[in-house]
Write a protein that binds this ligand. Structure first.
Ligand SMILES: Cc1cc2nc3c(=O)[nH]c(=O)nc-3n(C[C@H](O)[C@H](O)[C@H](O)COP(=O)(O)OP(=O)(O)OC[C@H]3O[C@@H](n4cnc5c(N)ncnc54)[C@H](O)[C@@H]3O)c2cc1C
Length: 407
Protein backbone atom coordinates (compact mmCIF):
# COMPACT_ATOMS: atom_id res chain seq x y z
CA UNK A 1 0.00 0.00 0.00
CA UNK A 2 1.43 3.39 -0.98
CA UNK A 3 1.50 6.45 1.35
CA UNK A 4 -1.47 8.05 -0.39
CA UNK A 5 -3.62 4.95 -0.07
CA UNK A 6 -2.71 4.65 3.66
CA UNK A 7 -3.69 8.29 4.05
CA UNK A 8 -7.07 7.78 2.35
CA UNK A 9 -7.63 4.57 4.39
CA UNK A 10 -7.08 6.51 7.66
CA UNK A 11 -9.36 9.31 6.42
CA UNK A 12 -12.10 6.80 5.59
CA UNK A 13 -11.74 5.21 9.02
CA UNK A 14 -11.98 8.61 10.74
CA UNK A 15 -15.08 9.49 8.73
CA UNK A 16 -16.67 6.16 9.70
CA UNK A 17 -15.82 6.68 13.41
CA UNK A 18 -17.24 10.25 13.27
CA UNK A 19 -20.39 8.93 11.63
CA UNK A 20 -20.78 6.21 14.23
CA UNK A 21 -20.26 8.71 17.08
CA UNK A 22 -22.87 11.11 15.66
CA UNK A 23 -25.23 8.16 15.19
CA UNK A 24 -24.80 6.98 18.82
CA UNK A 25 -25.05 10.48 20.28
CA UNK A 26 -28.23 11.20 18.36
CA UNK A 27 -29.64 7.84 19.55
CA UNK A 28 -28.92 8.86 23.14
CA UNK A 29 -30.59 12.26 22.61
CA UNK A 30 -33.61 10.59 20.97
CA UNK A 31 -33.88 8.09 23.78
CA UNK A 32 -33.77 10.93 26.35
CA UNK A 33 -36.51 12.75 24.45
CA UNK A 34 -38.50 9.56 24.19
CA UNK A 35 -38.44 8.98 27.96
CA UNK A 36 -38.69 12.53 29.33
CA UNK A 37 -40.68 14.66 26.91
CA UNK A 38 -43.78 12.47 26.63
CA UNK A 39 -43.64 11.76 30.38
CA UNK A 40 -44.08 15.39 31.38
CA UNK A 41 -46.70 15.97 28.71
CA UNK A 42 -48.55 12.83 29.79
CA UNK A 43 -49.70 15.00 32.72
CA UNK A 44 -52.16 16.43 30.21
CA UNK A 45 -54.08 13.16 30.30
CA UNK A 46 -54.78 13.56 34.02
CA UNK A 47 -58.15 14.75 35.18
CA UNK A 48 -57.58 17.57 37.68
CA UNK A 49 -59.84 20.33 39.03
CA UNK A 50 -56.99 22.83 38.92
CA UNK A 51 -54.59 23.11 36.00
CA UNK A 52 -51.15 22.32 34.67
CA UNK A 53 -49.13 25.08 33.16
CA UNK A 54 -46.35 24.04 30.76
CA UNK A 55 -45.42 27.42 29.32
CA UNK A 56 -45.58 30.16 31.88
CA UNK A 57 -43.32 28.43 34.43
CA UNK A 58 -40.36 30.75 34.96
CA UNK A 59 -41.77 32.21 38.23
CA UNK A 60 -41.60 28.72 39.77
CA UNK A 61 -37.89 28.64 39.05
CA UNK A 62 -37.19 31.67 41.23
CA UNK A 63 -37.14 32.24 44.95
CA UNK A 64 -36.45 34.93 47.52
CA UNK A 65 -32.71 34.24 47.51
CA UNK A 66 -32.49 35.11 43.80
CA UNK A 67 -29.43 32.85 43.49
CA UNK A 68 -30.83 29.75 41.78
CA UNK A 69 -33.14 29.96 38.80
CA UNK A 70 -34.07 26.45 37.71
CA UNK A 71 -37.49 26.38 36.04
CA UNK A 72 -39.66 23.28 36.10
CA UNK A 73 -41.25 21.72 33.02
CA UNK A 74 -44.71 22.03 34.52
CA UNK A 75 -46.49 23.89 37.31
CA UNK A 76 -49.54 22.35 38.95
CA UNK A 77 -52.02 24.84 40.36
CA UNK A 78 -54.12 22.45 42.42
CA UNK A 79 -57.67 23.24 43.42
CA UNK A 80 -58.10 20.07 45.43
CA UNK A 81 -55.96 17.66 47.40
CA UNK A 82 -56.97 15.01 44.89
CA UNK A 83 -55.16 17.05 42.17
CA UNK A 84 -51.91 16.65 44.10
CA UNK A 85 -52.53 12.99 44.85
CA UNK A 86 -53.37 12.13 41.21
CA UNK A 87 -50.24 13.91 39.98
CA UNK A 88 -47.85 12.25 42.40
CA UNK A 89 -49.42 8.83 41.79
CA UNK A 90 -48.87 9.36 38.06
CA UNK A 91 -45.21 10.27 38.53
CA UNK A 92 -44.74 7.32 40.91
CA UNK A 93 -46.23 4.96 38.33
CA UNK A 94 -43.71 6.14 35.73
CA UNK A 95 -41.24 4.13 37.74
CA UNK A 96 -37.59 4.65 38.48
CA UNK A 97 -36.60 5.24 34.86
CA UNK A 98 -38.32 8.62 35.06
CA UNK A 99 -36.12 11.38 36.42
CA UNK A 100 -39.02 13.76 37.08
CA UNK A 101 -38.92 15.39 40.50
CA UNK A 102 -41.79 17.13 42.30
CA UNK A 103 -41.48 20.05 44.72
CA UNK A 104 -44.13 21.85 46.73
CA UNK A 105 -43.84 25.62 46.56
CA UNK A 106 -45.28 27.70 49.39
CA UNK A 107 -44.63 31.43 49.21
CA UNK A 108 -41.26 30.85 47.51
CA UNK A 109 -39.32 32.52 50.33
CA UNK A 110 -36.56 29.91 50.33
CA UNK A 111 -33.12 31.26 49.63
CA UNK A 112 -31.41 28.35 47.90
CA UNK A 113 -33.88 26.88 45.42
CA UNK A 114 -35.43 24.43 47.91
CA UNK A 115 -38.89 24.85 46.37
CA UNK A 116 -37.65 24.39 42.81
CA UNK A 117 -37.85 21.22 40.67
CA UNK A 118 -35.52 21.68 37.69
CA UNK A 119 -37.25 20.14 34.65
CA UNK A 120 -39.85 18.56 36.96
CA UNK A 121 -43.15 19.61 38.48
CA UNK A 122 -43.71 22.42 40.98
CA UNK A 123 -46.95 22.23 42.98
CA UNK A 124 -48.09 25.75 43.76
CA UNK A 125 -49.61 25.26 47.22
CA UNK A 126 -51.20 28.72 47.46
CA UNK A 127 -53.65 27.69 44.70
CA UNK A 128 -55.17 25.00 46.90
CA UNK A 129 -58.72 26.09 47.60
CA UNK A 130 -60.15 23.07 49.29
CA UNK A 131 -60.44 24.06 52.93
CA UNK A 132 -61.31 27.20 54.86
CA UNK A 133 -59.47 28.18 58.02
CA UNK A 134 -61.46 26.52 60.80
CA UNK A 135 -60.97 27.55 64.44
CA UNK A 136 -62.09 25.11 67.15
CA UNK A 137 -62.46 26.60 70.63
CA UNK A 138 -62.69 24.61 73.88
CA UNK A 139 -60.17 23.52 76.47
CA UNK A 140 -57.59 22.51 73.82
CA UNK A 141 -58.28 25.01 71.04
CA UNK A 142 -56.80 24.48 67.59
CA UNK A 143 -57.06 25.71 64.02
CA UNK A 144 -57.30 23.54 60.89
CA UNK A 145 -55.66 25.15 57.89
CA UNK A 146 -54.63 24.41 54.35
CA UNK A 147 -50.84 24.11 54.08
CA UNK A 148 -50.83 26.76 51.35
CA UNK A 149 -52.30 29.38 53.70
CA UNK A 150 -50.16 32.33 54.83
CA UNK A 151 -49.54 32.57 58.57
CA UNK A 152 -50.80 36.18 58.59
CA UNK A 153 -54.23 34.88 57.47
CA UNK A 154 -54.16 32.15 60.12
CA UNK A 155 -53.46 34.83 62.73
CA UNK A 156 -56.23 37.15 61.52
CA UNK A 157 -58.82 34.36 61.49
CA UNK A 158 -57.76 32.99 64.90
CA UNK A 159 -57.95 36.49 66.43
CA UNK A 160 -61.59 36.77 65.35
CA UNK A 161 -62.25 33.92 67.79
CA UNK A 162 -60.00 35.33 70.54
CA UNK A 163 -57.18 32.83 69.92
CA UNK A 164 -53.70 32.76 68.48
CA UNK A 165 -51.11 30.16 67.49
CA UNK A 166 -48.38 30.00 70.14
CA UNK A 167 -45.15 30.02 68.17
CA UNK A 168 -44.21 32.25 65.27
CA UNK A 169 -41.66 33.31 62.70
CA UNK A 170 -40.59 36.96 62.67
CA UNK A 171 -42.17 37.34 59.24
CA UNK A 172 -45.72 36.06 58.71
CA UNK A 173 -46.08 36.21 54.94
CA UNK A 174 -44.87 32.61 54.62
CA UNK A 175 -47.03 29.51 54.17
CA UNK A 176 -47.93 27.02 56.88
CA UNK A 177 -46.45 24.14 54.83
CA UNK A 178 -43.29 26.15 54.07
CA UNK A 179 -42.37 26.90 57.68
CA UNK A 180 -43.51 23.49 59.02
CA UNK A 181 -41.13 21.91 56.50
CA UNK A 182 -38.33 23.87 58.18
CA UNK A 183 -38.90 24.70 61.85
CA UNK A 184 -40.48 28.13 62.31
CA UNK A 185 -38.45 30.07 64.85
CA UNK A 186 -39.02 33.36 66.60
CA UNK A 187 -38.84 34.81 70.09
CA UNK A 188 -41.60 32.55 71.50
CA UNK A 189 -39.55 29.38 70.84
CA UNK A 190 -37.83 29.46 74.26
CA UNK A 191 -41.27 28.81 75.82
CA UNK A 192 -43.28 26.87 73.23
CA UNK A 193 -40.60 25.40 71.00
CA UNK A 194 -40.55 26.14 67.26
CA UNK A 195 -43.74 26.02 65.20
CA UNK A 196 -43.21 22.32 64.45
CA UNK A 197 -43.61 21.58 68.18
CA UNK A 198 -47.11 23.05 68.14
CA UNK A 199 -48.84 20.85 65.58
CA UNK A 200 -51.47 18.26 66.53
CA UNK A 201 -52.03 16.64 63.15
CA UNK A 202 -51.07 16.76 59.49
CA UNK A 203 -52.61 15.55 56.27
CA UNK A 204 -49.94 14.49 53.78
CA UNK A 205 -49.83 13.27 50.19
CA UNK A 206 -47.05 10.68 50.27
CA UNK A 207 -44.49 9.89 47.56
CA UNK A 208 -46.89 7.22 46.25
CA UNK A 209 -49.77 9.66 46.04
CA UNK A 210 -51.68 8.35 49.04
CA UNK A 211 -53.50 10.87 51.25
CA UNK A 212 -52.58 10.05 54.85
CA UNK A 213 -53.55 11.65 58.16
CA UNK A 214 -50.79 11.55 60.75
CA UNK A 215 -50.22 12.71 64.32
CA UNK A 216 -48.13 11.66 67.34
CA UNK A 217 -50.57 8.74 67.79
CA UNK A 218 -51.22 7.78 64.16
CA UNK A 219 -48.55 7.23 61.46
CA UNK A 220 -46.14 8.93 63.85
CA UNK A 221 -43.04 8.26 61.68
CA UNK A 222 -44.55 10.21 58.82
CA UNK A 223 -45.71 12.99 61.17
CA UNK A 224 -42.28 13.55 62.71
CA UNK A 225 -40.52 13.02 59.36
CA UNK A 226 -42.58 15.65 57.56
CA UNK A 227 -42.26 18.27 60.34
CA UNK A 228 -38.93 19.92 59.57
CA UNK A 229 -38.51 17.40 56.72
CA UNK A 230 -37.68 19.97 54.00
CA UNK A 231 -40.47 18.63 51.80
CA UNK A 232 -38.80 15.21 51.43
CA UNK A 233 -41.49 13.07 53.12
CA UNK A 234 -44.51 14.08 51.09
CA UNK A 235 -46.58 17.19 50.52
CA UNK A 236 -48.32 18.59 53.58
CA UNK A 237 -51.84 19.55 52.55
CA UNK A 238 -53.46 20.38 55.92
CA UNK A 239 -52.26 21.12 59.43
CA UNK A 240 -53.96 21.26 62.82
CA UNK A 241 -52.18 23.94 64.87
CA UNK A 242 -52.43 24.42 68.65
CA UNK A 243 -53.95 27.72 69.83
CA UNK A 244 -54.04 29.71 73.06
CA UNK A 245 -56.08 32.77 74.15
CA UNK A 246 -54.78 35.88 72.38
CA UNK A 247 -53.71 39.01 74.24
CA UNK A 248 -54.97 42.39 73.02
CA UNK A 249 -51.77 44.36 73.46
CA UNK A 250 -48.02 44.00 73.62
CA UNK A 251 -45.41 46.01 75.49
CA UNK A 252 -42.47 46.00 73.05
CA UNK A 253 -39.00 46.70 74.40
CA UNK A 254 -35.50 46.92 72.97
CA UNK A 255 -32.32 47.57 74.93
CA UNK A 256 -28.69 47.68 73.77
CA UNK A 257 -25.44 46.24 75.08
CA UNK A 258 -21.86 46.83 74.04
CA UNK A 259 -20.52 43.76 75.89
CA UNK A 260 -21.36 40.38 74.37
CA UNK A 261 -20.95 38.37 77.58
CA UNK A 262 -23.25 40.63 79.58
CA UNK A 263 -25.77 40.49 76.75
CA UNK A 264 -25.85 36.66 76.53
CA UNK A 265 -25.88 36.26 80.32
CA UNK A 266 -28.91 38.55 80.58
CA UNK A 267 -30.66 36.75 77.72
CA UNK A 268 -30.01 33.35 79.30
CA UNK A 269 -31.22 34.61 82.67
CA UNK A 270 -34.48 35.81 81.07
CA UNK A 271 -35.22 32.64 79.12
CA UNK A 272 -34.55 30.41 82.11
CA UNK A 273 -36.71 32.45 84.54
CA UNK A 274 -40.21 31.20 85.29
CA UNK A 275 -41.87 34.62 85.32
CA UNK A 276 -40.43 36.35 82.31
CA UNK A 277 -41.24 38.05 79.02
CA UNK A 278 -43.45 36.38 76.39
CA UNK A 279 -41.03 36.93 73.52
CA UNK A 280 -37.23 37.18 73.77
CA UNK A 281 -34.90 37.60 70.84
CA UNK A 282 -31.35 38.88 70.48
CA UNK A 283 -29.74 40.77 67.60
CA UNK A 284 -26.20 41.67 66.75
CA UNK A 285 -26.14 45.13 65.22
CA UNK A 286 -23.26 45.96 62.94
CA UNK A 287 -23.97 49.62 62.79
CA UNK A 288 -22.80 50.66 59.37
CA UNK A 289 -25.84 52.35 57.95
CA UNK A 290 -27.62 54.32 60.60
CA UNK A 291 -29.89 51.42 61.51
CA UNK A 292 -30.80 52.96 64.79
CA UNK A 293 -32.55 55.77 62.97
CA UNK A 294 -34.66 53.33 60.95
CA UNK A 295 -35.46 51.35 63.99
CA UNK A 296 -36.42 54.30 66.18
CA UNK A 297 -39.18 55.18 63.77
CA UNK A 298 -41.14 52.07 64.83
CA UNK A 299 -41.03 53.20 68.47
CA UNK A 300 -41.91 56.87 68.23
CA UNK A 301 -43.42 58.75 69.91
CA UNK A 302 -43.23 56.65 73.07
CA UNK A 303 -39.43 56.54 73.28
CA UNK A 304 -37.79 57.97 76.30
CA UNK A 305 -36.12 61.19 75.13
CA UNK A 306 -32.59 60.02 75.84
CA UNK A 307 -32.99 56.97 73.59
CA UNK A 308 -33.61 59.15 70.57
CA UNK A 309 -30.24 60.84 71.21
CA UNK A 310 -28.29 57.62 71.58
CA UNK A 311 -25.16 57.48 69.43
CA UNK A 312 -23.45 54.15 68.80
CA UNK A 313 -20.25 55.67 67.36
CA UNK A 314 -20.09 52.88 64.81
CA UNK A 315 -19.54 50.11 67.38
CA UNK A 316 -20.98 46.63 67.10
CA UNK A 317 -23.89 46.47 69.51
CA UNK A 318 -26.08 43.71 70.88
CA UNK A 319 -29.80 44.21 71.16
CA UNK A 320 -32.22 42.37 73.37
CA UNK A 321 -35.79 42.55 72.13
CA UNK A 322 -38.61 41.51 74.46
CA UNK A 323 -42.36 41.76 74.74
CA UNK A 324 -44.92 41.39 77.48
CA UNK A 325 -48.49 40.56 76.45
CA UNK A 326 -51.38 42.25 78.24
CA UNK A 327 -55.04 43.18 78.07
CA UNK A 328 -56.29 46.74 78.63
CA UNK A 329 -57.41 46.08 82.23
CA UNK A 330 -53.98 44.65 83.20
CA UNK A 331 -51.79 47.62 82.24
CA UNK A 332 -50.64 48.45 85.78
CA UNK A 333 -49.70 44.87 86.66
CA UNK A 334 -47.93 44.50 83.32
CA UNK A 335 -45.91 47.70 83.89
CA UNK A 336 -44.85 46.55 87.37
CA UNK A 337 -43.78 43.20 85.99
CA UNK A 338 -41.82 44.79 83.13
CA UNK A 339 -40.15 47.17 85.58
CA UNK A 340 -39.13 44.25 87.79
CA UNK A 341 -37.66 42.30 84.85
CA UNK A 342 -35.83 45.31 83.37
CA UNK A 343 -34.29 46.11 86.76
CA UNK A 344 -32.45 42.77 86.56
CA UNK A 345 -30.80 43.62 83.23
CA UNK A 346 -27.46 45.36 82.65
CA UNK A 347 -28.08 47.16 79.33
CA UNK A 348 -26.72 50.61 78.48
CA UNK A 349 -29.17 52.73 80.53
CA UNK A 350 -29.86 55.37 77.85
CA UNK A 351 -30.92 52.72 75.30
CA UNK A 352 -34.31 51.69 76.60
CA UNK A 353 -36.76 51.78 73.67
CA UNK A 354 -40.38 50.96 74.55
CA UNK A 355 -43.69 51.00 72.80
CA UNK A 356 -47.21 49.65 73.21
CA UNK A 357 -48.84 48.18 70.12
CA UNK A 358 -51.61 45.70 69.34
CA UNK A 359 -50.69 42.04 69.32
CA UNK A 360 -51.32 41.93 65.55
CA UNK A 361 -49.14 44.99 64.93
CA UNK A 362 -46.27 43.41 66.83
CA UNK A 363 -46.45 40.05 65.08
CA UNK A 364 -46.71 41.64 61.63
CA UNK A 365 -43.88 44.12 62.33
CA UNK A 366 -41.43 42.83 59.71
CA UNK A 367 -44.00 43.15 56.95
CA UNK A 368 -44.62 46.77 57.93
CA UNK A 369 -40.88 47.45 57.58
CA UNK A 370 -40.85 45.49 54.32
CA UNK A 371 -43.57 47.68 52.84
CA UNK A 372 -41.70 50.83 53.95
CA UNK A 373 -38.42 49.66 52.44
CA UNK A 374 -40.03 48.48 49.21
CA UNK A 375 -41.65 51.89 48.81
CA UNK A 376 -38.14 53.36 49.02
CA UNK A 377 -36.96 50.90 46.38
CA UNK A 378 -34.88 48.90 48.88
CA UNK A 379 -35.58 45.27 48.08
CA UNK A 380 -32.37 43.67 49.32
CA UNK A 381 -33.01 40.09 50.36
CA UNK A 382 -30.67 38.57 52.83
CA UNK A 383 -32.32 36.83 55.77
CA UNK A 384 -31.83 33.13 56.34
CA UNK A 385 -32.60 31.62 59.70
CA UNK A 386 -30.77 28.41 60.48
CA UNK A 387 -33.60 26.71 62.29
CA UNK A 388 -31.84 26.61 65.65
CA UNK A 389 -31.21 29.02 68.47
CA UNK A 390 -28.08 30.45 66.92
CA UNK A 391 -26.85 33.47 65.08
CA UNK A 392 -28.24 34.01 61.59
CA UNK A 393 -27.81 36.55 58.80
CA UNK A 394 -29.56 39.84 58.67
CA UNK A 395 -33.22 40.61 58.63
CA UNK A 396 -32.79 43.27 56.02
CA UNK A 397 -36.35 44.42 56.47
CA UNK A 398 -36.29 45.41 60.10
CA UNK A 399 -32.64 46.03 60.83
CA UNK A 400 -30.06 46.52 58.12
CA UNK A 401 -26.84 44.85 59.10
CA UNK A 402 -28.40 42.95 62.00
CA UNK A 403 -27.84 39.39 63.10
CA UNK A 404 -30.26 37.80 65.50
CA UNK A 405 -30.10 35.29 68.32
CA UNK A 406 -33.29 33.52 69.32
CA UNK A 407 -33.84 32.61 72.93
C1 LIG B 1 -37.91 37.72 54.78
C2 LIG B 1 -37.86 36.36 55.42
C3 LIG B 1 -38.05 36.24 56.77
C4 LIG B 1 -37.99 34.99 57.39
N1 LIG B 1 -38.16 34.92 58.74
C5 LIG B 1 -38.07 33.73 59.35
C6 LIG B 1 -38.20 33.63 60.75
O1 LIG B 1 -38.34 34.61 61.46
N2 LIG B 1 -38.14 32.40 61.31
C7 LIG B 1 -37.97 31.26 60.56
O2 LIG B 1 -37.96 30.17 61.11
N3 LIG B 1 -37.84 31.34 59.22
C8 LIG B 1 -37.87 32.53 58.61
N4 LIG B 1 -37.69 32.61 57.26
C9 LIG B 1 -37.42 31.39 56.51
C10 LIG B 1 -38.72 30.74 56.11
O3 LIG B 1 -39.38 30.23 57.23
C11 LIG B 1 -38.48 29.58 55.15
O4 LIG B 1 -37.76 30.04 54.06
C12 LIG B 1 -39.82 28.99 54.71
O5 LIG B 1 -39.58 27.76 54.10
C13 LIG B 1 -40.49 29.90 53.74
O6 LIG B 1 -41.83 29.50 53.59
P1 LIG B 1 -42.45 29.52 52.14
O7 LIG B 1 -43.92 29.37 52.30
O8 LIG B 1 -41.99 30.65 51.34
O9 LIG B 1 -41.84 28.13 51.60
P2 LIG B 1 -41.07 27.82 50.23
O10 LIG B 1 -39.86 28.62 50.14
O11 LIG B 1 -42.02 27.92 49.10
O12 LIG B 1 -40.71 26.29 50.49
C14 LIG B 1 -39.73 25.98 51.45
C15 LIG B 1 -39.47 24.47 51.51
O13 LIG B 1 -40.62 23.81 52.02
C16 LIG B 1 -41.14 22.90 51.06
N5 LIG B 1 -42.58 23.03 51.14
C17 LIG B 1 -43.33 24.14 50.95
N6 LIG B 1 -44.62 23.87 51.16
C18 LIG B 1 -44.69 22.56 51.48
C19 LIG B 1 -45.73 21.67 51.78
N7 LIG B 1 -47.00 22.09 51.80
N8 LIG B 1 -45.44 20.37 52.04
C20 LIG B 1 -44.16 19.93 52.02
N9 LIG B 1 -43.13 20.73 51.73
C21 LIG B 1 -43.39 22.03 51.47
C22 LIG B 1 -40.58 23.34 49.74
O14 LIG B 1 -40.53 22.30 48.80
C23 LIG B 1 -39.20 23.83 50.15
O15 LIG B 1 -38.34 22.75 50.35
C24 LIG B 1 -37.73 33.83 56.61
C25 LIG B 1 -37.55 33.94 55.23
C26 LIG B 1 -37.60 35.19 54.64
C27 LIG B 1 -37.38 35.29 53.17
Amino acid sequence: MGVSSIHSFVENMLTTVKFLMIFFLSRIAMQTMNTDTPSIFSLRTLSVDGQFNFHNVSHAGKDFGNRFQLPPSAVLQPKTISDISVTIKHVYQMGQSSSITVAARGHGHSLQGQAQAPGGIVVQMESLQESEIHVQSGSLPYVDVSAGELWINVLRESLKHGFTPKSWTDYLHLTVGGTLSNAGISGQAFRHGPQISNVHQLEIVTGKGQVVTCSPGENADLFYGALGGLGQFGIITKARIALEPAPQMVKWIRVLYSDFTTFTQDQEMLISSKKTFDYIEGFVLINRTGILNNWRSSFNPQDPIQATHFKSEGKTLFCLEMTKNFNADETDIMNQEVHRLLSRLRYIPSTLFQSEVTYLEFLDRVHVSEVKLRSKGNDRRSKQPTGSSTCVPADSYSQNSALYLTG
